[in-house]
Design a protein around this ligand. Structure first.
Ligand code: ADP
Ligand code: MG
Length: 252
């Protein structure tokens, strides 16, 4: 399987006055095309910092980051913006929809600079239909439930057909049933299409993580443990939630 993400000893430090905060202390891992990966770890362990680097919102202090074999770690801000628009869709805990725009207009936003209007509209409608909101396209965010808002955000992440979807606590503001529905949708998006879509998500919740194939555990800016589940385990995620995880390999 070809790796879509490769990091080598990736680190990120922040200067805070005369102190240096080591948010990431050299993480190395690969994600294959079509994988579904969860990042877990306590607050402050570096999850969002890592997601920002993976999403080309930020540059590492040290180490290398290859995205689809391109060495993006040293890219300029402008180059990062370009590759981000082409390769990455983001989903956030707080949905981040524009309140004055309809669902359709929110989903059209990522395509505004790259296509003819009828085609842009058609693609946005198709993305909304894919997440089950064909009958809510003209609603504004305040006229939608939390789960529906997150579906709009997922449609917006999908509309440019990115290789990778990055989701930072996508179920954090949802009740558990709605969160499970969203995870089911992400699971379908992960497995459908030719090679499937690569998804990396941050969560605090082991039940949410149980929908994925692999969990990377972060602590103090380092990957301290990795769990991988077999396909069978993933299909039996219900059972896994309540039992000792059947871990195929644990890397310390
Ligand atoms: P998590 O998402 O796991 O809660 P973060 O990646 O947000 O963790 O933060 C990791 C560490 O880096 C924390 O100690 C945090 O305070 C620090 N940090 C994050 N962003 C910044 C920033 N922009 N400036 C300074 N320190 C930061
Ligand atoms: Mg965070």
């Amino acid at each position: 399987m070809s790796a879509v993400i490769e990091t080598y000893d990736l680190s990120r430090e922040y200067q805070m006055g005369d102190q240096i905060v080591h948010a990431l202390r050299g993480v190395s891992f690969q994600v294959a095309l079509g994988e579904f990966v969860a990042l877990m770890g306590p607050s402050g362990s570096g999850k969002s910092t890592l997601m920002h680097l993976l999403g080309c919102l930020d540059s590492p202090s040290n180490g290398r980051y290859l995205l689809a074999s391109e060495d993006v770690g040293q890219f300029s801000q402008r180059q990062r913006a370009t590759i981000r628009n082409e390769q990455i869709g983001f989903v956030f805990q707080t949905f981040n929809l524009l309140p004055r725009l309809t669902a359709l207009a929110n989903v059209m936003l990522p395509l505004q600079y790259g296509g003819r209007q009828p085609e842009v509209r058609q693609r946005a409608e198709a993305a909304l239909a894919r997440v089950g909101l064909a009958d809510r396209m003209q609603h504004r965010p305040t006229e939608l439930s939390g789960g529906q808002r997150q579906r709009v955000a997922i449609a917006r992440a999908l509309v440019a057909d990115p290789a990778i979807i990055l989701a930072d606590e996508p179920t954090g503001n949802l009740d558990s049933q709605t969160g499970a529905d969203i995870m089911q949708l992400l699971g379908e998006l992960n497995s459908e299409g030719g090679n499937g879509r690569t998804i990396i998500l941050v969560t605090h919740d082991p039940q949410v993580a149980s929908h994925t194939q692999r969990i990377l555990h972060l602590h103090d800016g380092e990957i301290v443990r990795e769990e991988r589940f077999t396909t069978e385990d993933t299909e039996n995620a219900e059972g896994r939630k309540n039992s000792v995880p059947s871990v195929r390999s644990v890397v310390q």
